[in-house]
Design a protein around this ligand. Structure first.
Ligand code: FEC
Length: 310
């Protein structure tokens, strides 16, 4: 008897494939409004600073999707899992992934986003696009909303915090401020019942408990350059504040809201935050990204499988 085929729509943010695609990508993020020449130069400069021949998020997403497919098929040999990419702001778009599944004759599918925490503005918008396309094409699809407290995710993040703390030579663990961060969102999500901020705090609390750290706080990063207020405090302001008001010079940043190396980690933390740290004569480290960590793949595999019979 042939195995039942399950299509897995693995959704991720998406990134350009070359520097000349940055304008189209940015225009898509801005819902069709092209950026000004100044905005475009600013973003292109940031990509130039991190791109060494390839765009890191493209390569990391490719590897994560391949590893997840392997992992699912190894964990559940009674099924045949086939993973499809669906990107938010680049090809293949979320809708392209759904369409490809239907073309390939997939009849049962699960969708998951490579971001552990749910906001209607982030994960919710991927799911809406995928659901609308699946409904149009008559595909049956279930979605994973969040997996921010999966024990293997917490374990993987805790190992990273533990390892990174060793980079502060001779400094007592209790003197190092750990700042858990995630992508900021407009403040308008507050008071709407959106679970994003609470889920992020739950992840931070669980990692702090597992690593035995008490000197920690939560911060935001990478806020959009729009006219509306975004969730804060921003990591750059946190660095300025802790050194001035608490005389803390050692900070470990753990970006729990992100799962791979990309612009927001490689530029916003490794370049921009490091410049501020240098000006303030601080020692700032960041935890390694999850990328294809087997514990993260196990988290994703479990979360997908929980929907297969659900
Ligand atoms: O490496 C790369 O090429 C892409 C890195 C990247 C990731 C990412 C993840 C998230 N974003 C989220 C929310 C917003 C909102 C806006 C917004 C704007 C940008 C811009 C770039 C960008 N984001 Fe992003 N985001 C990444 C990159 N993001 C570039 C545009 C220029 C800028 O502001 O820097 C504002 C949109 C608007 O103008 O209306 C909101 C959230 C995540 C984490 C969840 C996820 O991965 O989906 C939330 C990676």
């Amino acid at each position: 008897m042939s195995k039942q085929r399950i299509g897995v729509l693995v959704m991720s943010y998406g990134t350009p494939e070359s520097l000349d695609q940055v304008e189209a990508y940015y225009t898509h993020i801005r819902r069709g409004r092209p950026p000004t020449a100044e905005q475009l130069k600013d973003l292109t400069d940031r990509y130039e600073a991190i791109v060494g021949g390839f765009f890191p998020l493209r390569e990391n997403t490719n590897k994560q999707v391949e590893s997840l497919e392997e992992r699912l098929n190894a964990d559940h040999p009674d099924y045949s899992f086939v993973c499809y990419q669906g990107l938010k702001h680049a090809e293949p778009y979320v809708e392209d992934g759904v369409e490809q599944m239907v073309k390939d004759g997939i009849q049962q599918a699960v969708g998951i986003v490579l971001a552990p925490h749910y906001s209607h503005m982030s994960v919710g918008s991927y799911i809406k696009r995928a659901r609308d396309k699946a409904d149009e094409l008559g595909l049956s699809i279930q979605f994973v909303d969040s997996y921010h407290l999966h024990p293997q995710l917490i374990h993987a993040l805790s190992v990273r915090v533990h390892d990174a703390l060793q980079r502060f030579d001779g400094i007592d663990k209790s003197d190092i401020r750990v700042v858990f961060t995630a992508h900021s969102l407009p403040e308008s999500i507050l008071g709407t019942g959106d679970p994003y901020t609470e889920q992020l705090l739950e992840t931070a609390r669980a990692v702090a408990a597992q690593t035995g750290i008490t000197n920690w706080q939560f911060g935001w990063q990478s806020a959009g350059r729009t006219g509306v207020p975004w969730l804060g405090p921003d990591i750059l302001d946190i660095l300025r504040t802790v050194v001035k008001e608490e005389q803390i010079r050692n900070v470990l940043v753990c970006p729990v809201g992100f799962v791979s190396d990309h612009l927001e980690v490689l530029y916003d933390l490794d370049i921009e935050a490091q410049q501020v740290a240098q000006e303030l004569e601080m020692h700032v480290e960041r935890t390694a990204s999850l990328n294809t960590d087997p514990l993260y793949m196990e988290t994703l595999s479990d979360a997908v499988y929980s929907k297969v019979n659900g």
